[in-house]
Design a protein around this ligand. Sequence first.
Ligand SMILES: [Zn+2]
Length: 145
Amino acid sequence: MKFLCIDCDAQMSYEERSQPGDGTFAAAFSCPTCGRRIAMLANPMETQLVSSLGVQIGGRVLDEQPMELVRTIVDGRPDAFHDDVAEPTRPVWSTGAVERLSRVPSFVRGMVKRIYTDYAVERGIADITPDVMDRARSDLGLEEM
Ligand SMILES: [Zn+2]
């Protein structure tokens, strides 16, 4: 993960980071040319996703988090990005579930949606509701999502 200063077209250098312990993550970067500073903040879920994908921030891989299943989904399934494989029991997302999914940061929404979809498919659940999402979170140990 790199940040560029648009004005200078220079790569911003990493300044400091902090993990307050509540699962959130913050890092500061500054432009070596004009001195502009930016900060990146991640909530616990984003922090886990970034860690489990092995993305380096500030030159260091974050501590391993118990969300290795994301890596499994991304690396281990050749069909992970093809939704049109034969799946007769495709669960339907309820309005409330879609609404809740829409609050997930867009860059991870597809992965999160797949986690819940796979959970429902494996258990023969036809409708994904906020209630099902709650159960999936606790069953899969994703309490912070
Ligand atoms: Zn700059």
